[in-house]
Design a protein. Sequence first.
Length: 90
Amino acid sequence: MPIPQHIRAGLDRYVKGGIKTGGFLYAVLTNDLFEAVGRADIESRINLFDICDYIYNKVPLSCWGSKEKVKEWIDKFRKKESQNGNTSTG
């Protein structure tokens, strides 16, 4: 099954720009299964396996797997923004 468009869009923003995700995706990215299931809309719950499969196979390992990795990934983009003089946040 395809990944829901809103999930794919959130993942793309996160991976390419360090933009924080919603609660469901954050739980998935940080390996919190119970939180992910609890926060999933019906479409995301039905496609949870495919979402995890996509992340495992297509998303850089350095940006998922723990709260620390997710925080470091986001912080990396914040540093780039501040070094470039861009103070906007996502």
